[in-house]
Design a protein around this ligand. Sequence first.
Ligand code: COA
Length: 160
Amino acid sequence: MKVIYPGSFDPLTYGHIDIIERCSEQFELITVAVLINNAKVGLFTTQERLDLIRETTKHLKNVRVDSFRGLLIDYAKKIDTNIIIKGLRAVSDFEYEMQMALANKKLYPKLETFFMVSNMKYSFLSSSIVKEVSILGGDVSGFVPKVVEDSLKVKIKGGL
Ligand code: COA
């Protein structure tokens, strides 16, 4: 079975990595798909996000990393993969994820959304929290891998 794990990944955290590693054990091929969102300026460029994900997941042979623009369903059709993986961290994620899953299903009935329960250790974690802690000088080593931590430091030192 082939699956897509989509997101902004600005930046990738241990919470995302936990989902990717668990998917890697269950599925034949996982495409981690970074949304190119022109409407939202991120901290990292799309290329930087792709590089960080590639570097961090290089030990997983069935993970490929790609980017997409536009609708997720169109990307799913393009790469001929009709299963989307989403992580659920807390009940608060549920309403939004349910809405997205139903809208995607309506637009593309062949599409299925599989929800994975996030690791409890990372249920509080989000990319925004990582950015905020890092910008304010806090220690993010428990939240992100070293390569992401170092890239955050470079961004912040360079005035973002
Ligand atoms: N561990 C840690 N953090 C996690 C996580 C996990 N397991 N799962 C989610 N998060 C974090 C993300 O980092 C993100 O944090 P942020 O808001 O601080 O950046 C937040 O939770 C939301 O994650 P998610 O719901 O996956 O949103 P996203 O912005 O990362 O990605 C897309 C959303 C890309 C899947 C979605 O917007 C999309 O498909 N867009 C394409 C357009 C489209 O088709 N729209 C749908 C029309 S119905």
